[in-house]
Unconditional design. Structure first.
Length: 109
């Protein structure tokens, strides 16, 4: 779960900076201290879902722009024929599949 919060924090920071708003300026808009905003942006502090809406409103962005892309982990039991290979070979295949998905997502950005 930690990578989710780090990526969310990065997206939040970028959106805030793109609007030219400081942490201190946005904090009262969402009912937090500047320190809490900083901790959220660093992925060190979890937050309730309602804060996603508050941040989106304060930054005038769609909430989905602050959410990290969904990372679906490949399931060997759902890949035809994969279970016929050794665990090491399965992991090599899944690594290649993860890289390909990442390249597809990055290429769409």
């Amino acid at each position: 779960m930690e990578p989710f919060y780090r990526e969310f924090g990065d997206l939040l920071r970028r959106a805030r900076q793109a609007k030219g708003v400081s942490q201190a300026a946005i904090a009262p808009s969402v009912g937090l201290s500047r320190t809490s905003v900083a901790n959220i942006e660093r992925g060190r502090q979890r937050m309730s879902i309602h804060l996603l809406m508050d941040f989106a409103r304060a930054l005038d962005v769609e909430p989905c722009t602050l959410l990290p892309a969904v990372q679906i982990e490949p399931d060997p039991t759902r890949t035809p024929g994969l279970l016929e290979f050794s665990p090491g070979e399965q992991e090599q295949f899944l690594t290649i599949q993860r890289r390909a998905r990442k390249e597809m997502v990055d290429g769409e950005a």
